[in-house]
Design a binder for this molecule. Structure first.
Ligand code: ADP
Ligand code: MG
Length: 494
């Protein structure tokens, strides 16, 4: 029977209406939500954590968000749940709740999820003129100060208290008591950070001030160029209009007589005008082998050193850096890095950067094991060159069954107690079976022993679990990947 014209006339607008109201298929709605979230997150985080996600279903006010990996679950719940619900509500005010569901089938599945990179292409970065340098006045350039270097983000320890306090004092009253300010210490201990942070702090208070930050190398090149083009007078005049002159690594002035002489004149002119000069070097002034008159000028002001940080300071620096990179990392892992890296801060940072890269690329949370691995790779041959590389890499230790339990527990976000306990809820069944499988396969534990480990279960239960998990791994490539990831973390099968 065909429907009567009148009924279709009634139906058509209804259908159109409904179409409009629901125009968001789950896919469209999810895309709209992601568009709200994307500007609020650092790009790396957004891509890492929202890749292969989807809106699976909607039941009244509850939308179910699918995540491709079990490990993403906790992370989303703790970090993105509020943001996601807010974005969802701004797309559709009737949404009340978000539920998460792990669905391994979403991984790399373009039918069910999006290619995030296609929908959110990387925006071209705004190019700064000359990028590295900025013109301050006619003929005067400064390197761009790194905005991340601030006096607040510098972690103060007994190794750097005086230097930091001096920088603060100079930032508050440039050209006053501590002029020049001379910071010295070994490589990677934070001299450049302090110098730039002081420059940043001065600019914050006095945005119109001409703050020039330059390296000794650049300064030398300018002098050489001025000599060549016979414009020395001009260069001198130009530097006089600078309010704050910051020169990094003045140890490189050694053996450059002409540059030293020019610097001496510039320094004097600024000093007499009560303009602040800030310098750094890898050793104290008297050891720099510079002209005496220059050394004595340096000694006239404030001299402070930075030395290698102690354990507590190293740990505090790591925590601060992890916060800056927005890297969620376990305290025990930071402690491990702080314990085993002793040379300088740059080294600490290097390890953290690697951990960050790993976490972005492979979605692997840094663990003590993965960090030890990074440290091994960063040092060429830790066992032969331990002294030289500065790392104390712990010897490889074979994983124990406790490690297996902890790793599986971490990976699937279930507690070890639940895993070995009596619970039969679905969330713990799989992790339990995987732990049994790993114990049997790699630690060669007997069925009986494994049964005892899991609340005295009968050995036949373990045998059953084994055959189930082996079958599942054959059928489900996603599960296989997960088990392989855990094996890798535990150092199995290498
Ligand atoms: P230097 O100039 O002495 O060789 P840098 O200033 O370049 O060392 O420091 C190396 C890295 O370590 C920088 O990224 C810097 O931010 C960081 N750093 C050093 N000391 C500290 C500290 N106390 N707190 C925070 N970051 C630090
Ligand atoms: Mg430096």
């Amino acid at each position: 029977m065909t429907s009567s014209p009148s009924s279709s006339a009634v139906l058509v607008p209804a259908v159109v209406l409904r179409d409009k109201g629901d125009s968001s298929s789950p896919q469209d709605l999810w895309l709209a939500i992601l568009k709200q979230i994307e500007p609020k997150l650092p790009r790396g985080q957004f891509i890492t954590w929202f890749k292969d996600t989807a809106l699976l279903s909607r039941d009244g006010g509850t939308v179910v968000v699918g995540l491709p990996l079990p490990m993403a679950l906790n992370w989303h719940m703790e970090n993105y749940r509020a943001m996601t619900i807010e974005a969802a509500r701004s797309c559709d005010a009737t949404i009340e709740k978000i539920a998460y569901k792990v669905d391994g089938g979403l991984k790399d599945n373009r039918e069910r999820s999006f290619d995030l990179l296609e929908h959110f292409p990387e925006k071209k970065r705004r190019k700064l003129p000359g990028r590295q340098e900025v013109k301050m006045a006619e003929g005067i350039v400064s390197k761009i100060l790194n905005p991340h270097y601030s006096l607040e983000s510098f972690v103060v320890g007994s190794n750097s208290r005086l230097a930091h306090a001096a920088c603060q004092a100079v930032a508050a009253h440039p050209g006053d008591k501590y002029n020049p300010l001379f910071i010295y210490g070994g490589v990677g201990l934070g001299k450049t950070h302090l110098l730039q942070a002081t420059g940043n702090a001065i600019l914050k208070q006095m945005p119109k001030a001409t703050v020039v930050y330059t390296t000794t190398e650049d300064f030398t090149n300018q002098v050489i160029e001025a000599i060549r083009s016979q414009k020395m007078e001009q260069l001198r005049r130009r530097y006089r209009c600078v309010d704050v002159l910051i020169i990094d690594d003045v140890q490189f002035l050694a053996n450059k007589e002409r540059t030293q002489e020019e610097f001496f004149h510039t320094f004097n002119a600024l000093y007499e005008d009560c303009k602040q000069v800030i310098l750094s070097a890898d050793r104290p002034p008297q050891e720099l082998q510079l002209e005496d008159r220059l050394t004595s000028r340096f000694e006239r002001g404030m001299i402070a050193d930075v030395s290698p940080p102690d354990y507590e300071t190293r740990l505090a620096i790591l925590a601060e850096k992890a916060r800056e990179y927005e890297l969620f990392i376990d305290m025990s892992v930071l402690q491990f890095i702080a314990e085993h890296t002793t040379r300088n801060v740059r080294e600490l940072e290097g390890i953290l950067m690697q951990a960050f890269a790993q976490y972005e690329l492979e979605q692997r949370m840094p663990t003590v094991k993965s960090i030890a691995e990074i440290m091994r790779k960063l040092s060429k041959d830790p066992y032969e060159e331990e002294e030289v590389v500065g790392f104390q890499v712990p010897p490889k230790r074979a994983a124990t069954f406790q490690d297996v339990l902890e790793e599986v527990s971490r990976y699937y976000s279930v507690s070890v107690n639940d895993m070995i306990g009596a619970s039969r809820v679905r969330e713990v069944l799989l992790p339990r079976q995987i732990a049994m499988y790993l114990g049997k396969t790699y630690l060669r534990m007997s069925y009986v022993r494994l049964g005892q480990m899991f609340s005295n279960r009968d050995h036949t239960t373990v045998m059953n679990a084994m055959s189930k998990i082996e079958k599942k791994m054959q059928d489900d490539p996603q599960l296989l990947r997960e088990v392989r990831a855990i094996e890798q973390e535990l150092g199995f099968g290498r």
